[in-house]
Design a protein. Structure first.
Length: 78
């Protein structure tokens, strides 16, 4: 019976290292981290602007409704 052929495994060679690739990866991940924190900050600021604008509009609407109701009562004597 024949035996299986033996495979000759070459010793692993160290891959060539590109120092600029390391710097590019560092800057890339740093930019991603900064963008993520900037998005989080902008999102919280947008939420605050929305709440303030909504509150002002609701307050203005209540003021107008009360003023109009007061004028209707004065005109029609309700």
């Amino acid at each position: 019976m024949a035996q299986p052929a033996r495979r000759v495994v070459a010793p692993p060679e160290a891959p060539p290292v590109d120092p600029e690739a390391i710097d590019r990866a560092y800057h890339y991940h740093r930019a991603r981290r900064n963008a993520r924190s900037r998005r989080r900050r902008e999102k919280s600021q947008a939420r605050l602007r929305f709440v303030l604008t909504f509150s002002i509009l609701v307050g203005l609407a209540l003021f107008l409704m009360l003023t109009i109701w007061h004028e209707v009562q004065k005109v029609f004597g309700l």
